[in-house]
Design a protein around this ligand. Structure first.
Ligand SMILES: Nc1ncnc2c1ncn2[C@@H]1O[C@H](COP(=O)(O)OP(=O)(O)OP(=O)(O)O)[C@@H](O)[C@H]1O
Length: 242
């Protein structure tokens, strides 16, 4: 059985339709990457799944349960966790407090304070530091840790490498490798196609809110994804003038 089934999902910002008839399914343990140019609708789609942004149409079924009318809090309790773009930590709280406060929103499971810190060892020396005093990579690790504390069955990760140094990005992806070893199902929004290809089982490309390409990572090339990314079609050569 699928963990997630999205049927014809629409989402709007006022008059602008940011997500248009998106349908996709996810099996337990799958790693799906959402790619697309700026403004393609990736963030809106993740936020709509998490219940932070309202759907304008369609249905989301999570583990057989229709989530229509479920609040973000109810979705978190069922096992959906979003790591938002920009991290949104509680800057005046310590790292440990940021992690602990998330536990109350979630489910019971393998993730607890000690296992999260073990998966994110860069946090160990920083547990008593204020979140606002951390580097970007460390803050990103806290944001991932905070999501893990809810014991998610589906982890939604929005641009986790945005604005980080190459070393910090590597640290975040090393942590994610430890997370997926726990069979966590996830949807990842990532601009770096090299990372996407190395990490995801399946890629879905959005353009202007619609799915324009979808396939197993091993069956796609980066060139094919880039073509869809910007809505380019390979054009036949122009006929030669006589
Ligand atoms: N709060 C908002 N108010 C109005 N329009 C918005 C809002 N947020 C996003 N949009 C618009 O909705 C569309 C989809 O934006 P969204 O942020 O979902 O795309 P994205 O693929 O995540 O882009 P990026 O990679 O730049 O984050 C864009 O046209 C964007 O301008």
């Amino acid at each position: 059985m699928n963990l997630l089934d999205i049927h014809q999902l629409d989402a709007r910002h006022g008059l602008l339709q940011a997500v248009r008839g998106v349908s996709l399914s996810l099996k337990p343990g799958e790693r799906l990457a959402l790619v697309g140019a700026n403004g393609a609708g990736k963030t809106t789609l993740l936020r709509t799944l998490a219940g932070i942004h309202p759907a304008a149409g369609g249905r989301v079924v999570f583990d057989g349960q229709d989530l229509s009318g479920h609040s973000a809090h109810q979705r978190a309790a069922l096992g959906m966790a979003l790591v938002p773009e920009g991290r949104r930590l509680f800057g005046s709280m310590t790292v440990a407090e940021n992690l602990q406060v998330a536990a109350s929103a979630g489910r019971r499971g393998p993730w607890h304070f000690d296992s999260v810190v073990e998966a994110l060892p860069q946090l160990k020396p920083k547990l008593k530091a204020l979140a606002s005093a951390l580097s970007g990579g460390q803050q990103q690790a806290v944001a991932i840790g905070r999501a893990l504390m809810t014991n998610p069955r589906l982890l939604l990760l929005d641009e986790v490498s945005l604005g980080l140094s190459p070393a910090a990005v590597q640290g975040v992806y090393d942590s994610l490798a430890r997370v997926v070893a726990m069979q966590t199902t996830l949807i990842l929004v990532e601009q770096d196609l090299q990372r996407t290809f190395a990490f995801a089982d399946r890629i879905v490309c959005l353009l202007e809110g619609r799915i324009v390409a979808s396939g197993l990572t091993r069956e796609l090339t980066r060139e094919e994804v880039m073509d869809h990314y910007f809505g380019h079609r390979r054009q036949a050569p122009a006929p030669q003038e006589a």
